[in-house]
Design a protein. Structure first.
Length: 260
């Protein structure tokens, strides 16, 4: 569905309906209703502990790795309930790739980091893996920087390069959705700019959902923004509208810096 509730033919539609989530006895999300459009960048904003990262990690069920969690309601990608019984969670996490706040390359070569997912999926042909590695690094705007040292350790890259490598690693699985949890918060301004430019390029191919505490970043990169507060979705709108003409008083107070 589009932000206006109109069906969109592109893959990567995300739809939450009365979605709630608990960590043990603590409820973190309350009845979230949200349609995220494909081939757009959607920013999730709000103060610490508001539920935005919980919602992001619910999209590929990473939260289930924490004991004692539970959920109600539905969360769908392209009309398919991702929590239904029998869902292949490994395939889901390839379909909805995750990039974390702190880059986490494997202690392997640059090449092996990118080839890891395709190999797990059964790809063994060297020529096919070579093509996947090159195309993924190109999409992550990293190929020209590392093409002559693909067999060097990924840990020798700079922080910004390692973060783009992690994006390339997710792209190697040909995802429909890319989830990013504060991907630039630990980077310097130049590396942050490269990540933001990369997201602009990627949104033409897939759905991008980014959690950020940086309101300026949300305003720069996103097409739509969702404001979360105390586990509830307060407002969801086109980014320029939400930042300049918010409907809700709490949204206005947050984006103008009166709390946060």
């Amino acid at each position: 569905m589009s932000a206006r509730g109109i069906p969109d033919a592109s893959p990567g539609n995300i739809a939450a309906r009365e979605f709630s989530f608990w960590y043990g006895e603590k409820q973190a999300l309350f009845d979230i209703d949200l349609d995220i459009s494909p081939r757009r960048i959607t920013a999730l904003i709000g103060p610490s502990g508001c539920g935005k990262s919980t919602f992001l990690r619910s999209i590929n069920r990473l939260n289930e790795l924490i004991p004692g969690t539970k959920k109600t309601g539905t969360l769908e990608i392209d009309g398919e309930d991702i929590y239904k019984k029998g869902t292949d969670v490994v395939a889901l996490r390839q379909r909805a790739g995750m990039v974390f706040q702190r880059w986490n390359p494997f202690p392997k070569s640059i090449y092996d980091n990118i080839a890891f997912g395709p190999r797990i999926n059964g790809e063994r042909k060297s020529s096919a893996l070579d093509e996947i590695v090159e195309q993924s690094l190109r999409k992550a705007a990293l190929w020209d920087e590392v093409r002559d040292r693909l067999h060097d350790s990924a840990l020798a890259l700079s922080g910004g390069q390692q973060q783009r490598l992690c994006i390339a690693r997710a792209l190697a699985n040909d995802p429909q959705v890319l989830l990013l949890d504060e991907p630039a918060s630990a980077l310097d301004p130049i590396a942050t700019q490269k990540i933001e430019e990369l997201l602009f390029e990627l949104k033409g191919e897939l759905t991008v959902v980014i959690v950020t505490h940086n309101l300026q970043q949300a305003a720069r990169v996103s097409d739509h923004t969702a404001f979360f507060y105390l586990g509830r979705l307060v407002e969801y709108e086109k980014t320029d509208v939400l930042f300049t003409r918010p409907r809700e008083e709490r949204t206005e107070a947050y984006v103008t810096g009166r709390f946060g």
